[in-house]
Ligand binder design. Structure first.
Ligand code: ATP
Ligand code: MG
Length: 270
């Protein structure tokens, strides 16, 4: 009997990885962000979360991608003017239809979810497009600014917020859309603040990745911005907190400048 050699399958299914093109930032990954991931952008107030997302949007539309920016905070015209202040002019892409920047009212979302649930008569997941996603627009990238604002409209209705989140993440997964979802976090836990109990944990494990932006204060009164990729499913990441700057051309990340003095006694985070 002839023994047949069974060749081992050499090829694993390789997921496409995408780049953000934010200077220096992509060096924090071996290849990039797996396409179709849902990535949380976390950080304190004013740390640069919106700019980070606007820059991702700009770099993507320039490269022919379709982008949806859903704002629950700032109005469209402010976001467009922020972009222009960094030298990014989104007008032609908006006109062409490859970029949609739209502002929504978080209370409308919570009301619609409530209405949908009462229609369904039971609090089950509803397999439909999450409320307020524009129809007939299939974006490559969705940015949501912010989950915190949406959550605030569900105060006292946390179970419903969770249902909406599950519906949203499931939809993004099904459509293979890469998404960046901003979440305001007062005190990130993992750099020494032991008393902090993380809220909204459900969102953390629904997400495939977490990027954290820091506003560090040193003892001498100096402030520095920093960034870290905390988690990225399906990708090797460089586990370090590195310096970041907001310049007049947008965010710039210094992958080789690991933050000094990351020790509980000589810094704190806002
Ligand atoms: N041209 C610029 N050069 C340097 N820094 C800038 C420039 N434009 C804005 N900034 C800084 O960016 C910060 C605001 O960034 P951004 O709006 O992205 O923060 P955020 O994290 O989204 O804040 P919020 O929590 O309020 O939504 C401000 O603190 C501002 O000082
Ligand atoms: Mg913002």
């Amino acid at each position: 009997m002839v023994k047949r050699k069974i060749k081992k399958h050499k090829y694993k299914e390789i997921r496409e990885k995408i780049k953000t093109y934010i200077p220096g930032f992509d060096k924090l990954f071996s290849h990039g962000i797996p396409k179709g991931s849902s990535v949380l952008i976390e950080g304190g107030p004013g740390v640069g979360k919106t700019i980070f997302c606007l820059q991702i949007a700009w770099e993507a539309i320039k490269r022919g991608k379709k982008v949806l920016y859903m704002s629950f905070e700032e109005p469209e015209k402010h976001l467009i003017s922020h972009m222009k202040s960094f030298g990014w002019n989104p007008d032609t892409y908006i006109k062409k239809g490859s970029l949609i920047i739209r502002r929504f009212n978080a209370l409308d979302v919570s009301r619609s979810v409530e209405a949908l649930l009462s229609e369904a008569k039971k609090e089950l997941l509803i397999e439909i497009q999450p409320v307020f996603f524009p129809e007939n627009f299939n974006p490559d990238i969705v940015l949501i600014d912010s989950l915190t604002s949406i959550a605030s409209a569900f105060t006292g209705e946390e179970a419903r917020f969770r249902i909406y989140m599950e519906q949203l993440f499931r939809y993004l997964e099904k459509t293979d859309t890469t998404s960046f979802l901003i979440r305001e976090v007062a005190n990130p836990t993992h750099v020494g603040v032991t008393s902090y109990v993380e809220r909204g944990e459900a969102i953390s494990f629904l997400s495939d990745g977490i990027i954290v932006l820091y506003n560090v204060i040193y003892n001498n009164g100096m402030r520095e911005s920093a960034i870290e990729v905390l988690k990225m499913r399906g990708e090797k990441i460089y586990r370090k907190i590195v310096k970041m700057d907001i310049t007049n051309k947008g965010l710039k990340v210094y992958p080789n400048k690991v933050l000094r003095g990351i020790h509980r006694r000589n810094y704190y985070l806002t």
